[in-house]
Design a protein around this ligand. Structure first.
Ligand SMILES: [Mg+2]
Length: 233
């Protein structure tokens, strides 16, 4: 199980620029073709976006922080809370208002959650917009939303949707597998926590306090590992 941004690919200025290259897709395809091997990408991105990026690669995909999961060729399964579209529209409008007039701010509407990215904005203005977004979303926290922060982004997501849902679901679906999870961001800690000592947890990127038992320096090191896995007979 792999997180996507910052784990399988380096983090890009704009989410849509972090596209999986042909080499990565080929490697993942090769690994999934091995008997007894199963690969999943569990990301904070919208499931639809993941499906578009990994077309033709038979991966299990979990989007929206692991709350929507889909096996290749099957229908998506909701593992977490799905808020009303009306509520999500209000959250998206709040993000739009917080971002208005500030250069470099990106609103990512994921259908159930909404993220405000400020990587490309002036740091002060980015932080101010993030604070404004928090303020505007405050009234919706009682309706089941929560605010999380990640790398240069702040996001309002339905409370209770986190990557641990997908990890637990997959472990229950493959009880005899040895589960491994690789991730770089704070939201991946829920996955590490769910995995516990049942498998292998790997923090990718800069070392920090983490529940992961192992560490790799960055997506390049993950790629090297994938090359090795693809080469095993
Ligand atoms: Mg990540």
């Amino acid at each position: 199980m792999f997180d996507y941004d910052g784990t399988l690919v380096p983090i890009a200025g704009r989410p849509e620029e972090a596209y999986p290259d042909a080499g990565l897709k080929e490697l993942l395809k090769k690994i999934t073709s091995k008997p007894g091997t199963c690969l999943a990408v569990i990301s904070g991105r919208a499931l639809e976006g993941l499906k578009n990026m990994f077309q033709g690669v038979p991966l299990i995909l979990a989007g929206n922080h692991g709350s929507l999961l889909q096996f290749p060729g099957r229908r998506p399964v909701a593992l977490g809370p799905v808020p009303s579209p009306e509520l999500t529209r209000k959250i998206a409008a709040a993000a739009g208002e917080a971002a208005r007039g500030i250069e470099g701010l990106l609103v990512e509407d994921k259908g159930t959650s909404v993220a405000l990215h400020y990587r490309l904005a002036e740091p002060q203005k980015g932080l101010a917009a993030a604070a404004r977004f928090r303020e505007l979303v405050e009234p919706y926290l009682a309706s089941g939303y929560e605010i999380i922060t990640g790398k240069k982004m702040v996001e309002a997501r339905p409370r209770g949707s986190h990557k641990g849902l997908a990890v637990n679901y997959l472990i229950s679906r493959f009880p005899r597998a040895f589960p491994c999870f690789f991730g770089d961001d704070l939201t991946d800690e829920d996955a590490f926590a769910a995995l516990g000592s049942r498998g292998l947890s790997v923090l990718v990127g800069r070392p920090r306090e983490t529940l992961a038992a192992y560490h790799l320096p960055g997506p390049e090191a993950v790629r090297e590992l994938l090359v090795k896995l693809a080469g095993f007979q």
